[in-house]
Design a protein around this ligand. Sequence first.
Ligand code: GLN
Length: 320
Amino acid sequence: MRMEEVYEQLQLWVEENRSHTMLGATAQYIPALAEQEPNQLGICIMDYDGDTYLAGETDVNFTLQSVSKIISFVALCHFKGMDFVLDKVDVEPTGEAFNSIIPFEIHRPGKPFNPLINAGAITVASMLPGDTPDEKFERFILFVEGMIGRRLELNEEVYQSEWKTAHRNRALAYYLKESNLLELDVEEALEIYIRLCSISIGLKDLSKIGLVIAHDGYDPVEKQQIFSSDVARIAKVLMVTCGMYNSSGKFAAHVGLPAKSGVSGGILASVPPKWHSEEKAFRKGCGIAVFGPAIDAHGNSAAGTMLLRQLSAEWDLSIF
Ligand code: GLN
């Protein structure tokens, strides 16, 4: 497909799907996120050559929120090895909400079910290399910089807003501490976790991360291996089985891409190469970033999910 054709279709589909923003609302439990403009919808696709296709609201910055969870998982595996990480967090979906205390308290598995629910992500964040939240944050920022070529910054307003209202996450962190799963004190573990959630990012940067995950940890633009293909494989498994919280099954059925969403309305998706049906777009794989801050009851961008569904169907992107 010609670039112009891809671009035109993308513009059209964004406008067609914009009405789905009405099916959601901005995250109300974090005051700074509640204030986001709900009917925004934007997308960036980065292809194998690093060319980008943007449509809708594209000049947006938003906080990573739970999208940070897959990146921190990858970073921790990269720095400390997969065995170390999988000893602390499992790779099982829960079927519960992302911030549920039930899987951890009632089932008492001994470790969080997976790194993409809050309990698992707080554990992972606390174990990043470095002795303090500051050092851990810096190592994470440098790791991401190695992938996107620029330094990301914290959104202080979102951080403060989330810090002040993090009662449930604080409760989870106490459970984790009691189970010896935190490398830091409760308050410090929360600090690094919430800082990672409050990092500000744009669509192009996020699509680059999706591209690297799609290509098994290899950056096809800079031609360098960022992390191992083993780590990328487990990351993709987690994205498919747990990345869209407790609607991951439906997302796999209707979109069929490894993806990770966050309550700010961002979605990171990875499209691995697919060599048959060559007349379709993006056969060499791509990274996709979507932003639509009106989220559904599961915490996923309502219009963003529908837009990905259309893209996947029209271009036959599903991995299944
Ligand atoms: N920072 C958010 C929280 O911990 C992240 C949740 C999300 O994006 N699903 O509640």
